[in-house]
Design a protein. Structure first.
Length: 177
């Protein structure tokens, strides 16, 4: 059974693990680059947006609306965010079935011939021995690679911060006297 152990040792498990790690790192880099490209596209694409609508209710109860002028804002400013992913798990499964068979076969054939005649007698004996030894080895292997990828929130600094600067003069408080 030493051959079976040697077969198991021949599996390049460290190499498989290394290639899995490098593959995940390369895939993660590609995912991150895609998310950054998407963020860049969202920041560069602008749409006109009305940021304020003023609703005025008059003393007689009539209602009127006044729109602020549209402002070009990026899709990122509107709130569209790129999706980021990360690999949360990677698994390698390797299974091997090794079957070793050995058989020995021996065949013996014996034959005899005799001739009997008047005053003469003769005999011949033949022996045929053959040995046959058979070895067989069958190896079946399967491997399975499983990765799990999950979406994660975008970095907090990617979302723009909204600062409101109100330069209007302060409203006077009504007299309640």
């Amino acid at each position: 059974m030493a051959g079976v152990g040697q077969e198991l040792l021949a599996v390049p498990l460290p190499e498989m693990v290394m290639k899995l790690g490098l593959g995940v790192a390369e895939a993660q880099r590609a995912l991150d680059e895609n998310s950054v490209e998407t963020a860049s596209m969202l920041a560069e694409t602008t749409v006109p947006l009305v940021l304020a609508v003023t609703q005025t209710i008059a003393a007689d109860g009539t209602v009127s609306f006044e729109n602020a002028d549209p402002v070009d804002v990026s899709l990122l400013q509107v709130g569209l965010m790129p999706t980021f992913y990360q690999f949360s798990e990677a698994t390698i499964e390797v299974t091997m079935d090794i079957k070793t068979t050995s058989s020995r076969e021996t065949n013996v054939k014996v034959g005899a011939k005799a001739k009997v005649g008047f005053g003469c007698w003769s005999a011949s004996v033949s022996v045929d021995v053959s040995h046959n030894r058979k070895f067989g080895k069958t190896v079946h292997g399967t491997s399975r690679l499983v990765t799990k990828m999950v979406p994660v929130p975008p970095p907090s600094r990617i979302a723009p911060e909204l600062l409101v600067v109100d330069n209007r003069p302060p409203k006077e408080a009504p007299d309640n006297a």
